[in-house]
Design a protein around this ligand. Structure first.
Ligand SMILES: NC(=O)c1ccc[n+]([C@@H]2O[C@H](COP(=O)([O-])OP(=O)(O)OC[C@H]3O[C@@H](n4cnc5c(N)ncnc54)[C@H](O)[C@@H]3O)[C@@H](O)[C@H]2O)c1
Length: 330
């Protein structure tokens, strides 16, 4: 029997990746109940997991003895589920984005702090070994003062109107590609930049997925309070050109770059080094980190604090694009 009991809220696509993580860490953490608004989905996940199935997550939270919930819902439902879980004293793992607006973020912050629960943002790409190694090298001062961070997360997405579901509507997704897949290169940017974001702007485009309400591609500029300037590119319209970095950082003493797997450092002194790192399943690592944070009472890598900072960047980027200005991060 796992030490921590989790209620899964939303048993759709990404839940499968999370479930693999719970299986990997079964002695520490396991799903004992599942809620999905679609009865067949709830029943199928319940059968698969040997967990009690509900169609109403509020009833699940009230009826089950849970330590935590794992929220894998469409974006417009995140805030309400976080608040309900926090008010019931449950710890929370929440898929990206944390929520959709500044008002929702204020509700999340208040509910988590008033109830003394831990919220971890499911920022799985932080568990890529190249990211962890880069962060360690930056924190050790390898590049000295950092000037520039670039992140990219683009791929050719074969969505069509019949398969896109809630992601096609900005009411349920919160925007377009930028607040969805673009959330990943934004938290990665925040993590590597090491400061607080102060202003941002964006150019948004719809190159190919014209049936979406929102953009299918975005280029974002972000300034941080430590002087770092970030450039971010994200798209569902196209595969990036060969050789485009997944992330790179330039500082006074040199640079580092990664394709997401290996990491190469190149110092102005002429020294270069390539780290060949074993890939990991980032979702499995994420679930393990959630369990360890709860069992050891330690702070997860990213809590609602970083989730809200990431949302702040994206809301300013959208505002900057809409008003053709550089918008402050509120
Ligand atoms: N980290 C990643 O790489 C990654 C990848 C995909 C999705 N995600 C995130 O995961 C979340 C879910 O995305 P998905 O692709 O699994 O979506 P999905 O549409 O496949 O699954 C959502 C599930 O929620 C259920 N649901 C809807 N309303 C509900 C309600 N009120 N109560 C209970 N269940 C309800 C639906 O029936 C569905 O089964 C999103 O936040 C998304 O951005 C993250």
């Amino acid at each position: 029997m796992a030490q921590l009991k989790v209620g899964l809220i939303g048993g759709g696509g990404i839940a499968s990746a999370h479930i693999k993580g719970y299986r990997e860490h079964a002695e520490k953490i396991g799903i004992t109940a599942v809620a999905d608004a679609v009865e067949e989905t709830a029943a199928a996940r319940g059968g698969e997991l040997g967990a009690t199935a509900y169609t109403d997550y509020g009833r699940m939270i009230a009826a089950e003895e849970l330590d935590a919930v794992d929220i894998c819902l469409p974006h417009h439902l995140h805030r309400d589920a976080i608040v309900a879980a926090a008010q019931a004293g449950k710890h929370i793992l929440c898929e990206k984005p944390l929520c959709l607006t500044a008002d929702e973020a204020a509700d999340v912050r208040a509910a988590v702090s008033a109830n003394g629960v831990t919220l971890m943002c499911a920022h799985n790409q932080l568990f890529m070994p190249a990211v962890a190694k880069a962060k360690e090298l930056l924190d050790a001062g390898l590049l000295g003062t950092v000037y520039e961070v670039r992140t990219t997360d683009s791929f050719y997405n074969d969505f069509d109107p019949s398969t896109m579901g809630w992601r096609a509507s900005s009411k349920t997704s919160g925007g377009g590609e930028l607040i969805d897949t673009g959330y990943h290169p934004t938290y990665l940017m925040l993590h590597l930049a090491g400061g607080s974001p102060v202003e941002a702007t964006a150019m948004l485009s719809t190159h190919r997925l014209k049936f979406m309400d929102g953009e299918d591609s975005a280029q974002v500029l972000i300034r941080f309070d430590n002087g770092v300037v970030g450039q971010l590119v994200t798209s569902w319209a196209y595969q990036p050109a060969a050789g485009t970095e997944r992330f790179s950082v330039v500082g006074e003493l040199g640079s580092l770059r990664s394709d997401g797997n290996s990491l190469t450092t190149q110092l102005r002194s002429g020294e270069t080094h390539t780290y060949d790192l074993e890939p990991v399943d980032t979702f499995m690592a994420e679930i393990g980190h959630f369990a360890d944070s709860l069992l050891g009472n330690t702070r997860p890598l990213h809590t609602e604090q970083e989730g809200i900072a990431v949302l702040g960047i994206l809301l300013a980027a959208y505002e900057g694009a809409r008003t053709e200005t550089i918008a402050p991060i509120r």
